[in-house]
Design a protein around this ligand. Structure first.
Ligand code: NAP
Length: 278
């Protein structure tokens, strides 16, 4: 099965490297072409040129409009029977629009957002939550397994993104809790690497503390996961919550905090830059 990757950002790069190692990657595209240089796979200068040459198109770009732009472009050239898997984090509605656009070309679409950070993308240990046709997922599974440690079919188109929204709400709460607690620890004059080490082994241990705890207390906010991207996700979550009458105050507070940081020019920093406000 020939796979092509569109989007070689913080996440896409690691995923593409794992696809190449597993022998699936035959084509790459990135808007900024220089990022394709390291790959043996053919580099294309347009998404539609790539789509004509592969069986599975994998997408990992920033936001809803970017995914739709890519999907509308590849719909011009993609072969009937191909599969498109979008691993970006977007709304379920956008996933449905993308699926409808491709269905007109007899092309199946899976919304397949991932969790596990750039470390997960690099190490091939991502968790993937998939919406769309279950048989299509089985066809694409060998390719997806090259990038992931866990793949779950969540239901129809959009349910992968709905599950990812759950993850993003949780991620906001964890970010608030970890940044607040570590700012408290620093104010107590504790030795931060020891605090992080011992707490990571107990009931409050979590991925974010382990991977971003020490760097945030050292003032290093290199992404990782850009806070402007998490802001984009939480705006989607707030709209979803409003539609169902559910209150998500921690997500709401995190959106306001991120907006303050973005106004100060920190939107491209890691989400752990929330520490700046603590
Ligand atoms: P990133 O480092 O900012 O990379 C974004 C990628 O999208 C780049 O390759 C960029 O191309 C490309 N792109 C953006 N707009 C485009 C357009 N209109 N047409 C074509 N390409 C476009 O972001 P990332 O961290 O890899 O995140 C990618 C997606 O995964 C986002 O939806 C994010 O929410 C999600 N995600 C991120 C993480 C994480 O920890 N970082 C974890 C899970 C999911 P250029 O190189 O030209 O800018």
């Amino acid at each position: 099965m020939k796979a092509g990757m569109i989007g070689l950002g913080a996440m896409g790069l690691g995923m593409a490297r794992n696809l190449e190692k597993a022998g699936f990657l035959t084509a790459v595209y990135n808007r900024t072409a220089a990022k394709t240089a390291e790959f043996k796979a053919a580099a294309f200068n347009k998404p539609e040129a790539l789509a004509a040459e592969v069986d599975v198109v994998l997408i990992c770009v920033s936001a809803d409009r970017d995914v739709l732009d890519v999907v509308e472009a590849i719909a011009l050239t993609i072969k009937p029977g191909s599969i498109v898997v979008d691993m970006s984090t977007i709304s379920g509605e956008t996933a449905q629009k993308a699926a409808a656009c491709l269905a007109k070309k007899q092309v199946a679409f899976l919304d397949a957002p991932v969790s596990g950070g750039v470390e997960g993308a690099k190490n091939g240990t991502l968790a993937m939550m998939v919406g769309g046709d279950a048989e299509t997922l089985e066809k694409a599974r060998p390719v997806l397994e090259a990038m992931t440690a866990r793949i779950l079919h969540m239901g129809s188109t959009g349910s992968g993104q709905a599950t990812k929204a759950v993850n993003q709400i949780m991620c906001a709460g964890i970010n608030q809790a970890v940044t607040e607690a570590l700012a408290f620890a620093q104010a107590q004059g504790l030795t931060m690497d020891k605090v992080i080490d011992v707490i990571s082994g107990g009931a409050s241990g979590n991925w974010f503390l382990q991977h971003r705890g020490l760097t945030m207390t050292q003032g290093d906010f290199t992404p990782g996961f850009k806070l402007a991207l998490h802001h984009k996700d939480l705006k989607i979550c707030l709209e979803m919550a409003a539609r169902t009458g559910v209150s998500i105050p921690l997500a709401d507070m995190t959106v306001s905090d991120y907006e303050r940081l973005m106004a100060e020019g920190y939107g491209d920093e890691d989400i752990s830059a929330l520490y700046r406000l603590k």
